[in-house]
Design a protein around this ligand. Sequence first.
Ligand SMILES: Cc1cc2nc3c(=O)[nH]c(=O)nc-3n(C[C@H](O)[C@H](O)[C@H](O)COP(=O)(O)O)c2cc1C
Length: 188
Amino acid sequence: MDFERVLTKRVSTRRYNDQVPSDEMIQKVLDAALLAPIVRWHKLHLSVVTSRDAINLAEDAAEKIFGTPDAPVKMPKPYLYNAPVWIILAGKIYDEGENPQAKLMNDNLFWNVGSIIENMELQATALGLASCGINTTVVAMRNRPDVKKAVGLPEGYDALASVVIGYSDAMQPDRKVKPELIPVSYVR
Ligand SMILES: Cc1cc2nc3c(=O)[nH]c(=O)nc-3n(C[C@H](O)[C@H](O)[C@H](O)COP(=O)(O)O)c2cc1C
């Protein structure tokens, strides 16, 4: 798929069918993560989760936060949309109490995270897969060592971001550029 087509076809997809991407496809999505523009000093980890038990545990944790009447935002359910593959990017967040440069380092870390997730979503699109960035289940495992363990996070790491991938029968129109989304100014 040519690159401009990838950009207009990538869309957050919230409906998946049962077809499971092949191991080769999953590997290509992971390779895209490794090709992202990232600085080398952060400790990062990718978990590929296909276990329904692990996914159900994460769903339950998310429900405890996003399924309550005073939930910070209302989100459609299930939170991972029954996608067959959930990829979690984890890492070591710098502690503001221990490291005076922690904010700077965390800002830098989160830029890396965005690059990695975006590369995976674009590669998924190029392969004909649907995808969606997911933060609900990431936030929900913050204080849940049982969930972190179940989804394979290394000790001392936190989930930073995640993406689901799979196949979808949902018809999605090509996305249009919407200039109102981000104002642009020029300094010439
Ligand atoms: C940081 C971040 C977190 C997100 N978390 C979720 C999420 O938890 N659940 C969800 O359905 N979509 C999530 N999304 C997808 C956004 O809702 C989506 O990107 C946005 O609505 C724009 O739509 P588009 O991706 O189709 O262009 C997230 C996106 C980003 C960038």
